[in-house]
Design a protein around this ligand. Structure first.
Ligand code: UDP
Ligand code: MG
Length: 131
């Protein structure tokens, strides 16, 4: 049981990280799950207001790790030391996006990157980070 649990914990996932506001006239299916929310139109205006920096991160537990680094959706609730906690004020201007599950990580990466746009590389310090 324990080795299986450890293996599950060490699963290498992918997450899509985006420095907002985006824009990027590439179709905004990204937030389709939020379409019914009252803040949707304002959020789409914001997210299409300028270029974004898109990233695909991969690693063990990368989805919750990245979300921890990003902080709560509402910057007023986000802990100091998180990106939103330190750099943002309002929910509607919260600086950065991170996928909320490995499944959405894969889906969003596929949405924002074309085949061949992702590069895989191994940092030299990897053996000192991962046993
Ligand atoms: N948002 C907003 N008002 C709200 C809730 C969300 O403007 O009341 C925006 C905000 O930019 C947020 C995005 O919609 O980051 C997506 O909402 P979600 O609940 O998925 O938050 P996240 O996963 O980004 O923390
Ligand atoms: Mg979300």
């Amino acid at each position: 049981f324990l080795p299986r649990l450890m293996a599950a914990l060490e699963q290498v996932d992918q997450t899509y990280i985006m420095v907002k506001p985006d824009g990027v006239q590439r179709g905004l299916e990204h937030y389709k799950d939020l379409k019914q929310k009252p803040f949707f139109p304002a959020m789409i205006d914001y997210i299409t207001s300028g270029p974004v920096v898109s990233m695909a991160w991969e690693g063990i537990g990368v989805v919750p790790s990245a979300r921890k680094l990003i902080g709560a959706t509402d910057p007023l609730q986000a802990e100091p030391g998180t990106i939103r906690g330190d750099l943002a004020v309002q929910r509607g201007r919260n600086v950065i996006h991170g996928s909320d599950s490995p499944e959405n990580g894969q889906r969003e990466i596929a949405l924002w990157f074309k085949e061949g746009e992702l590069c895989e590389w191994t940092p030299v310090q990897e053996p000192w980070l991962i046993e």
